[in-house]
Design a binder for this molecule. Structure first.
Ligand SMILES: *Cc1c(COP(=O)(O)O)cnc(C)c1O
Length: 454
């Protein structure tokens, strides 16, 4: 029998997170204070985050040790399995060898608990009573609810309204773990009230929900804020994915030519790709790392690299990012986790330096890819993950045309078991492509008054 599943034992859960900043030829530019435009100090972030996470955010240490208590909780679902996608290879009749790392086995069903658990842990260590956050499709909100429940921290989640309506069971999941969930924009915050007055029918956006959660944390000294993507410490925590994947492929006696992951703010992409990029940076390997984003929200392929706010209201520090503009409200595609206007600073710098690649995929192609995968491999992927799969299929077909056998590794970052509405809409012919005109992108970018990067 051919070996389909490549597993590791619990003792092989990595002991360190990998911080790519240590190996980057150009370090990421610093975040700026929105008022003074000076580089941000630790004290500026202290109202929002516990000190240990702030230290990780600015760390240049290559390896950061994972606390035993966190590794112990990781062992509920880690190490996650890796699969050889024999079914997909056969369906595509490709000479490519396709492997995927499956993060859908976590309690919340995605990679998000990899960072939710250490974030809740460091908050607990510093005596924090409540954490406020936002969630797009609901995966981050459920992951943080799960983690806060373990450490007995209260959790409040501002959930983008369109997802709140499309994915009611994600909300119930959060409630089950004890969290409070508000549709965003909400009347719970001043920012929310202002936006509701101006746009009563808005589907909401991650940018708006972030503004609400930050307002909540900034106005109460016992409440901190947590972010599920974009920031350096979040990307850092996710690197256990790629470290495990590297060990698993070594067991197979194989190395990837191409590493692919869907891209929202960059955390699952970074998580899988950074340990492989380390081999490019430190050992002269040439592994292509490709971020797959939606054509409806194409910050890496069509955005600009400049300073921008992480939220809509302009309350966050200014981050150096590939962005479509913080006022950009993407079309309501089902891949809620990819509807974010910007990319994290580290990933943006790597993109700027051409050390990673990006490709955009249209909605129809993405769902067709997801269904091809589900029928070939059994697992029904999250709509976000389908973007990565569309990219895998494209690269695997290229291998067939060129008659070469490459090894492709991708991140199946979550299952789609709570996304049946999305699949139902696809089968009912209600999914359409969203192509943005250059004018729409220009209009959003022309509103920016934040500093440009030379
Ligand atoms: C949150 C999420 C994403 C997008 O966020 P990244 O930080 O880019 O990983 C993609 N897929 C799933 C399943 C998610 O939950």
């Amino acid at each position: 029998m051919k070996n389909r599943k490549i597993t590791l034992s619990e003792s092989e859960i990595p002991e360190n997170w990998y911080n790519i900043v240590a190996d980057m030829p150009n370090k990421p530019l610093p975040p700026l204070h929105p008022g003074t435009l000076q580089p941000l100090g630790a004290a500026d972030l202290a109202p929002l985050f516990p000190m240990e996470l702030i230290k990780q955010e600015v760390s240049t240490e290559r390896w950061i040790s994972i606390p035993d208590e966190v590794r112990n909780i990781y062992s509920i679902w880690r190490p996650t399995p890796m699969f050889r996608a024999y079914g997909l290879e056969k369906a595509l009749d490709t000479p490519a060898k396709i492997y995927y790392k499956y993060e859908g086995v976590s309690p919340a069903g995605s990679h998000k608990p990899n960072t939710a658990v250490p974030q809740a842990y460091y908050n607990k260590m510093e005596g924090v009573k409540k954490i406020a956050t936002e969630t797009g499709a609901g995966q981050w909100g459920s992951a943080l609810s799960f983690a806060c429940n373990i450490f007995k921290i209260e959790c409040e989640v501002f959930m983008v309204r369109i997802s709140y309506e499309q994915k009611p069971y994600r909300k119930v999941m959060m409630n089950t773990w004890g969290a409070k969930v508000f549709p965003s924009p909400s009347a719970e915050t001043e920012v929310g009230k202002r936006i509701l007055e101006k746009f009563p029918n808005t589907p909401g956006s991650l940018g708006i929900a972030i503004s609400e959660a930050i307002e909540r944390a900034a106005s109460d000294e016992n409440t901190k804020y947590a972010l599920g993507s974009v920031l350096n410490h979040v990307l850092l925590h996710q690197t256990i994915i790629g470290q495990e994947a590297l060990k698993q492929l070594e067991k197979e006696g194989n190395m990837p030519d191409i590493v692919i992951a869907p891209f929202g703010g960059g955390s699952n992409f970074a998580g899988l790709a950074f340990p492989f990029l380390r081999l490019n940076l430190a050992e002269g390997k040439h592994i292509r790392c490709i971020a797959a984003e939606p054509t409806a929200c194409p910050k890496l392929t069509r955005g600009v690299f400049r300073y921008d706010f992480g939220d809509t209201a302009g309350m966050t520090p200014l981050l150096p990012m590939y962005t479509l503009g913080h006022n950009f409200v993407p079309a309501p595609i089902h891949a809620g986790g990819l509807r974010y206007h910007g990319a994290g600073a580290v990933v943006s710098q790597l993109m700027k330096d051409k050390l990673i690649e990006a490709q955009a995929f249209n909605n129809m192609e993405v769902f067709e890819a997801g269904i091809t995968f589900a029928r070939a491999e059994g697992i029904i992927p999250a709509p976000e993950a389908n973007h990565g799969i569309a990219c895998v299929i494209k690269e695997a077909k290229k291998c067939k045309e060129e008659g070469v056998s490459k090894t492709i590794l991708f991140n199946l970052c979550g299952h789609g078991n709570f996304d049946m509405q999305a699949y139902q809409d696809y089968f009912a012919g209600k999914i359409s492509n969203f192509e943005l005109s250059s004018k729409e992108i220009q209009d959003s970018l022309s509103e920016l008054t934040t500093p440009e990067i030379g």
